[in-house]
Design a protein around this ligand. Structure first.
Ligand code: 2HA
Ligand code: ZN
Length: 276
């Protein structure tokens, strides 16, 4: 479809809508959070009429051969989700990856010297892992500062099992939405190589990782699924925190047998590592 405005291209429109939705949830104070989307060939062709003369290549510390030649829509470093809808050209952009899979260059947006998100290397490595793990289906990586999941990282042991169990037991839909559970990354410096590597190790198994005292990192095949996953996890974390805040002892919860009954009914396989 030919459009007169790049923000009417479905991939860009959906990207901007996710940014607005995340902002409305209260997960993106100041420049918090970041979003990337690996474009389809059709997305690229729909956006190509709006491309500039490409900017110079910028080499990354990370490399992924399975992302060579791909195009990504990305939020900008230091940019605010709150401003994306108002000034998309300033706050988001499209980058092309080179044939070696180790450099990017801006082909649209991010005007006035803006750069892709500071977490781009982390997103990039995780796109590589999720693309491989899902046979190419995964396209979205989304990081947000979801309040209740951050709060949980102060009181729940920082293990995949403890977090998964706490979340599965705090909302009945959870085991259906993320039957493999969630991974947990201990506190780490954001934006660097170490957090990129630690997260991408977990994302071989999980669609979502919790970053201790920082936020949530999720993946998905499309915007709805990725945002829906973050929303489901954060909703469950909200319930968990509210239950804890009552100060009352927990009288009943979703038992292991209940979880297994859900899995059977919905035809999902729960990650057995999460059971004793
Ligand atoms: O983009 O959220 O983790 C700012 C951040 C870094
Ligand atoms: Zn962050």
């Amino acid at each position: 479809m030919v459009v007169s405005d790049i923000t009417k291209v479905q991939a860009i429109e959906g990207f901007m809508r996710l940014c607005a939705d995340g902002w409305e949830q209260g997960w993106h104070e100041r420049n918090g959070g970041n979003l990337t989307y690996r474009m389809t060939k059709d997305d690229v062709e729909a956006c190509r009429p709006f491309f500039y003369n490409p900017r110079p290549w910028v080499k990354m510390e990370v490399k992924a051969e399975n992302l060579a030649g791909e195009y990504f829509i990305t939020t900008g470093s230091g940019k605010y989700f709150r401003n994306v809808a108002l000034h998309p050209h300033h706050n988001i952009g499209i980058v092309e990856i080179n044939e070696e899979g180790d450099s990017w260059r801006i082909v649209w947006g991010l005007i006035n010297g803006a750069q892709p998100t500071s977490e781009f290397p982390t997103h990039f490595m995780n796109h590589s892992v999720r693309k491989a793990a899902t046979d190419g289906a995964n396209r979205v990586i989304y990081h947000c500062h979801a309040t209740n999941i951050i709060a949980m990282t102060y009181v729940v042991p920082l293990t995949n099992k403890a977090f998964t169990k706490a979340l599965w037991q705090s909302a009945t839909e959870c085991p259906v939405v993320f039957p493999e559970g969630v991974g947990v990354v201990p506190w780490m410096v954001p934006g660097g190589h170490d957090i990129a590597l630690a997260t991408s190790e977990l994302m071989k198994t999980f669609q979502a990782a919790v970053w201790a005292q920082h936020g949530l990192f999720v993946s998905g095949p499309d915007y709805d699924t990725a945002f829906g996953l973050a929303h489901t996890i954060e909703k469950s974390a909200d319930v968990y925190c509210k239950v804890m805040a009552t100060g009352h002892p927990v009288l009943q919860t979703i038992t292991d047998d209940n979880l297994k009954a859900i899995a059977k009914e919905f035809g999902v396989t729960l990650n057995q590592d999460m059971f004793d």
